[in-house]
Write a protein that binds this ligand. Structure first.
Ligand code: URA
Length: 435
């Protein structure tokens, strides 16, 4: 078997066999298949798609071509959440401790930024000392002790996805149902998760731009998990505009802590409650979403969720003083206000363009392996539905280093804001739940 023949077959729109998929993925994991063949196959899949069987074989091949984490020694029913990627999406930082404070273990493996979207690990690494790489034993011990932990993908769990993910990021091959579903589900299964709540984003800032495509991805992932013997639910949530008011890394950590202090933005808090309720139900701690929401609200109000976050930081080497002193995070040395050029209402705020602008400031990567500027990002003073007058601050850029491309970022942000005289209708964050 040769990788080139597999690429050609997919390029020509034919279905790949289980053996062909396994051969290719083994080569990705071992390093025998070079980056350019991975890019070529990703592009072929992007255009030709995959059947349900191919997607399942791809998912399982990625799981099998690496180590698997066994979470069976975790007490209780561990439940994980995975987002398909958005802008300003700091949900994992809040949800892990929140759900754990209600008694459901959350053993979370997260990723880095991809395309225009941010990544939980990049955000957590802006906290001085925070260790995202723990060995299996330490991780499981932590979950059994405090019920929550967030680590990065280790070298051996789903190594094929790790390579493919980084290559897709820089070859414009992210937005495909088969590739996203296999990538997400394989990582979850390899990390030992069988109970999963997916947050499938839809809209301008999501990989899936329309509700039917998001629904397709949601159903595909829920089916893949079921075929693999697990249980999952998908929440389809809106990603037309960024979540919350902070986009970047360190500034998103601050917003997450504020949310854990029960003073976060409404959209972000609501999404955390919606996803968290599903996690509590799967984890056996509530029967209905109403009951689950009530429990979670109490955990935010009485400080238990914040306390869990503190415990997690402490166990993973992070400086817990960040909870009361945000200045220990890397500070931006430069700030620039972007002003409104006309009166009216913000009728739309394109999350994709905001994500790109934030990356241009240094919050994301241009190439695989690039360093990021943890202090770079954007504070959104105005969002959809807000009234603006000429000269009002729409948003503020923050950055520290000279790689920031302020001119290009300004162009993107100007394109991101749509201001008109018509007051827009408020749009809910959570659109539907797929079981
Ligand atoms: N998130 C993932 O884990 N993989 C993708 O391909 C896209 C989003």
């Amino acid at each position: 078997m040769r990788a080139v023949d597999i690429i050609r077959k997919k390029r020509d729109g034919l279905s790949l066999t289980k053996q062909e998929i396994e051969f290719f993925i083994q080569g990705v994991a071992s390093g025998e298949v070079p980056d350019y063949q991975i890019s070529a196959l990703s592009m072929a899949i992007y255009f030709q798609h995959m059947t349900e069987d191919e997607m399942f074989h791809l998912t399982m091949a990625v799981v099998e071509a690496g180590d698997k984490l066994d979470l069976s020694s975790i007490k209780g029913i561990p439940v994980d959440k995975h987002s398909t990627g958005g802008v300003g999406d700091k949900v994992s930082l809040i949800l892990g401790p929140l759900v754990a404070s209600a008694g459901v273990p959350v053993a979370k493996m997260s990723g880095r930024g991809l395309g225009h979207t941010g990544g939980t690990i990049d955000k957590l690494e802006s906290i001085p000392g925070f260790q995202c790489e723990l060995d299996k034993e330490t991780f499981i011990e932590q979950i059994n002790d405090i019920k929550v932990g967030i680590i990065s993908q280790t070298g051996n769990l789903a190594p094929a996805d790790k390579r493919m993910y980084a290559i897709r990021d820089v070859t414009a091959t992210v937005e495909n149902t088969a590739l996203i579903a296999a990538s997400v589900v394989s990582k979850k299964l390899a990390a030992g998760n069988r109970n999963i709540v997916f947050d499938v984003k839809v809209g301008k800032g999501a990989f899936m731009k329309t509700e039917p495509r998001a629904l397709d991805l949601a159903e595909t992932m829920v089916d893949l998990v079921a075929k693999a013997g697990g249980k999952s639910v998908a929440v389809i949530s809106q990603m037309n505009q960024p979540l919350g008011r902070e986009v970047g890394n360190a500034n998103e950590v601050i917003e997450a802590i504020e949310t854990l202090k029960n003073r976060g933005p409404v959209d972000l808090t609501n999404l955390c409650l919606a996803l968290g309720s599903q996690m509590l139900i799967i984890g056996g701690k509530a029967e209905t979403t109403e009951e689950a929401r009530k429990i979670l609200r109490e955990k935010l109000e009485d400080g238990s969720a914040l306390e869990k976050f503190k415990q997690m930081l402490d166990r993973q080497g992070g400086d817990i003083s960040v909870i009361d002193d945000y200045t220990i995070l890397k500070q931006p040395t430069n700030r620039l206000d972007i002003m409104a050029e006309k009166d009216g209402w913000v009728t739309a705020l394109d999350a994709m363009k905001v994500g790109r602008a934030s990356n241009l400031l240094g919050a994301g990567r241009k190439r695989k392996g690039d360093d990021i500027d943890h202090a770079a990002g954007i504070h959104l003073a105005k969002k959809e539905g807000d009234k603006v007058e000429i000269g009002d601050v729409l948003c503020t850029f923050m950055w520290t280093n000279e790689i920031a491309d302020i001119e290009a970022a300004t162009d993107r942000i100007r394109e991101a804001y749509y201001v008109s005289m018509e007051q827009p209708q408020a749009r809910p964050v959570v659109l539907r739940v797929v079981e």
